[in-house]
Design a protein around this ligand. Structure first.
Ligand SMILES: Nc1ncnc2c1ncn2[C@@H]1O[C@H](COP(=O)(O)OP(=O)(O)OP(=O)(O)O)[C@@H](O)[C@H]1O
Length: 263
């Protein structure tokens, strides 16, 4: 889908600073995401990617700057029902004895809707189907593997048919066939106009979908433009994709970007 600048971006962050534990984690980040765009957020470990999406969704407070979602400042009036969020790996039910279909159905609730809508179970089962877990709908999520719990969280974000889908390393720990199914689902949502912001370490199976890449370095935007080409050595079958890429400490004196991919 082509994305031309519109009057009302899906996300508009201006001059965002975030300070956590007395440390400045984000420094003056500007980010405008047009409706329907698929944007990858890249950067080394600790560069501030998760903090940025948390700031965009009001999960961490900003110490300076502003964030708007679909034109509305963060707060109770923000259109939360239009947003689906898959946080970085966490237990799907936080210790509660909930089943997969119950966790996914909770994705249909938000501040102004505290009761599941009509057809909630059918929609939850369809969302579970899109991550290959419909046959485990009534299983307790505590009894599921980490990757299966991650898929439940993805289904919980998908069930509300979000206009903005925010994914924090959604496919880490998920087997390759399930990744492909999930990417197909995201592609369908994109074709229907959903805006997608996805944190990745490698474009991997998302490569064909990504229209724009923003690379963070030390809490600042170091690159904003076309997605980088995959590094040749990462295509080798023997390459270790699990090695750490800490945010490099030397001061940024040039455009070098130390991530899994190079622009
Ligand atoms: N609650 C917190 N309190 C203090 N520091 C924090 C907190 N959350 C994150 N940080 C720090 O902020 C920095 C950025 O963390 P963040 O999780 O945003 O990085 P990231 O780019 O998403 O990394 P990764 O690729 O490892 O997920 C890190 O140095 C981290 O230690």
């Amino acid at each position: 889908m082509s994305t031309t600048p519109s009057a009302t971006p899906a996300v508009e962050a201006v001059g965002v600073d975030v300070t956590l534990g007395g440390r400045r984690i984000l420094c003056g980040v500007d980010l405008r995401v047009e409706p329907g765009q698929v944007l990858a957020l890249l950067g080394a470990n600790g560069s501030g990617k998760s903090t940025l999406v948390r700031a965009l969704l009001g999960v961490v407070p900003v110490s300076a700057g502003t964030v708007r979602l679909f034109g509305t400042p963060l707060g109770v009036t923000a259109p939360w029902e239009r947003v689906g969020y898959v946080p970085q790996r966490m237990p799907a039910a936080s210790g509660m004895p909930a089943t997969a279909v119950e966790v996914v159905t909770s994705g249909l609730l938000h501040g102004r809707r505290l009761r599941p809508p009509r057809g909630a179970r059918r929609r939850a089962l369809a969302a579970l189907d899109s991550v290959g877990l419909v046959d485990r709908a009534t299983q307790r999520v505590q009894e599921m593997s980490g990757g299966q719990q991650q898929r439940v969280l993805i289904a919980r974000a998908l069930v509300r048919d979000p206009d903005l889908l925010v994914l924090d390393e959604p496919t880490s720990g998920i087997d390759v066939p399930t990744q492909a199914t999930f990417v197909d689902t995201v592609a369908r949502l994109h074709a229907a106009g959903t805006t997608v912001v996805v944190i990745l370490h490698e474009l991997g199976p998302f490569a064909d979908l990504i229209e724009r890449a923003v690379v963070l370095r030390h809490g600042r935007v170091a690159h904003d433009g076309p997605p980088p080409a995959a590094r040749a050595d990462h295509a080798h079958a023997g390459h270790d994709h699990t090695h750490a890429h800490p945010d490099p400490q030397p001061p940024p004196t040039g455009p070098t970007i130390t991530v899994e991919v190079t622009p």
